[in-house]
Design a protein around this ligand. Structure first.
Ligand SMILES: Nc1ncnc2c1ncn2[C@@H]1O[C@H](COP(=O)(O)OP(=O)(O)OP(=O)(O)O)[C@@H](O)[C@H]1O
Ligand SMILES: [Mg+2]
Length: 492
């Protein structure tokens, strides 16, 4: 018997101006968890979309259990025992959780038994250890909850090969643990998993084998036991990279923002803090602790019931994001697809949209200036795109995130709120983003950074506010704080 449950041979895929996959061969054994890693734009998602019939390769062959197979589309892939947890959520916001989970089934002509579907969906979520009402409309769910629905959906098909494309990028540590438990159970049942992630620690926790892709080519395949994190990074990037946090020398100056007793029923409990010029203020806390809600309140995207916000000593009116922008506050949102980008606009237009004055001469948009700005950011952030004119919908997930960042770096906002800024960004590019953050504060801007990656908050912040259940439980100095200090504050 063939030891490979899946083999892809000589897969090539091109898009206009891009060779996404160049003669890739990829083999996976039955019952293993196989990691697929590589920089943003390396071709990971593309390869997995070909496997799941979402897109077609230009050339190449595929074998399932040693038999040559053709996948004609998504339904065909499902019938052949393949499913995928998409990196970009593939959910329909106006439908319920239950409907989203079983939509694959709904696509085909048959009568829908709504009650039965709800019961099944609830049972499925329960068996996974997730507890939320399947009648809720997906559009109202948090990013983490959407991720859980996406996971449940992929598992509902009882597939024999499941692809997970960055499944933990918006999960909390406890949900991540739940997912790892599920993966181990699936593996024990003989299910094969292909696991994509930029969090390389995860690979050492749950994967057996790792394939590294670089620029659309397979660079290396190894048992996880025979490789280290540094070796993986070097193969991914093609050189050694700095994974430490770059140092800052400048000390924060005068207060630029004062938040006093901000209150919103059930969500924010009398939040007070200051932000200084040239400061990076980290906000740590579990998902659901109110960090995003606080960020949205001080940007004007969400209301607050009581309290006030002063900028440079004056109380400001903050009823909409327009007020936020008028007061020179910018926000990089957690969910790039819904609120961060205009997907069918070009890279250039997405970046310059926050500061059109800067690319206008005599009230007319100057496309040369626009192009120069876009090209500068494409270079600084190493955005992988065939041209500055490419529509962002065609960029890889991590490169879309870089465009969101570029857009706010270019804005003239003095106060930048970054909500999970490095989500989905590869290890090499993270360091570049940290350096840019340091450059911004050195220019006198101030940054509020929310991140679920505790090492990142600890490594980059001057001060850290620890939030829990809508409250600030305490403050720590970035220089001396440890992960335990943060967790202690949350518990106490
Ligand atoms: N529909 C498309 N049209 C044009 N180019 C595309 C399209 N889909 C992907 N690409 C390009 O193919 C390359 C590989 O993209 P892919 O999404 O597979 O990367 P990835 O390894 O998943 O990266 P990330 O870690 O950022 O998710 C990128 O250069 C991307 O811009
Ligand atoms: Mg991807």
């Amino acid at each position: 018997m063939n030891e490979y449950v899946l083999e892809m041979k000589g897969i090539t895929k091109t898009f206009p101006g891009v060779i996404a996959l160049d003669n890739v061969s990829f083999g996976v054994k039955k019952g293993e968890v196989h990691a697929l890693v590589g920089e943003n734009g390396a071709g990971k998602s593309t390869l997995m979309k070909i496997l799941n019939g979402v897109i077609k390769a230009n050339s190449g062959e595929m074998y399932l259990d040693g038999t040559k197979t053709n996948i004609s589309g998504v339904n065909d892939a499902q019938d052949k025992g393949l499913s995928i947890i998409f990196q970009e959520f593939n959910l329909i916001n106006t439908l319920s959780v239950a409907e989203n989970i079983f939509l694959g089934g709904l696509n085909r002509p048959k009568i829908v038994d709504w009650r039965n579907m709800r019961i099944k969906a609830q049972g499925l979520l329960k068996s996974l250890g997730f507890s939320f009402d399947v009648r809720r409309v997906v559009g109202e769910l948090s990013t983490a909850e959407k991720q859980l629905v996406e996971i449940a959906k992929a598992l509902s098909f009882n597939s024999k090969i499941i692809v997970m494309d960055e499944p933990t990028s918006s999960l909390t540590k406890s949900e991540e643990k739940m997912l790892f438990k599920i993966i181990k159970e699936l593996k024990a049942k003989g299910v094969t998993i292909i696991y994509i992630s930029h969090k390389l620690e995860e690979i050492f926790e749950i994967c057996d084998t790792v394939t590294v892709l670089r620029d659309g080519k397979v660079i290396d395949v190894n048992p996880v036991s025979a490789i280290t994190k540094d070796m993986i990074i070097e193969k991914m990037v093609g050189r050694t990279v700095d994974v430490e946090y770059p140092k800052r020398t400048i000390l924060p100056g005068e207060k630029v923002m004062e938040v006093k007793n901000l209150y919103r029923t059930k969500i924010l409990k009398n939040i007070s803090f200051d932000l200084r010029k040239g400061e990076i203020l980290g906000i740590a806390g579990l998902v659901g602790s109110g960090r995003t809600e606080l960020a949205e309140a001080i940007f004007g995207a969400e209301r607050f019931d009581k309290g006030n916000i002063k900028i440079n000593g004056k109380v400001i009116k903050l009823r909409s994001t327009r007020d936020g922008k008028a007061n020179s506050i910018g926000m990089v949102t957690e969910d790039r697809k819904e609120t961060g980008l205009v997907l069918d606009f070009s890279v250039t237009n997405n970046i310059t949209i926050t500061n059109l004055n800067n690319v206008t001469s005599q009230r007319i948009l100057n496309s040369r200036k626009e192009k120069d700005v876009a090209k500068r950011f494409i270079e600084e952030l190493k955005i992988k795109t065939p041209s500055h004119k490419q529509e962002v919908v065609n960029l890889s997930g991590g490169n879309q995130q870089k465009v969101v960042l570029a857009k706010w770096l270019f804005s003239n906002a003095d106060i930048l709120i970054l909500d999970e800024p490095t989500r989905g960004i590869d290890v090499g590019a993270k360091y570049e983003i940290y350096c840019l953050m340091n450059k911004l504060v050195a220019e006198g801007k101030s940054i509020i950074m929310i991140s679920s990656e505790l090492p990142e908050v600890l490594g980059m912040s001057d001060r850290i506010l620890v939030m829990h259940e809508g409250e600030i439980k305490g403050e720590l100095l970035g220089e001396s704080a440890s992960g335990e200090d943060v967790m202690q504050m949350i518990i106490n």
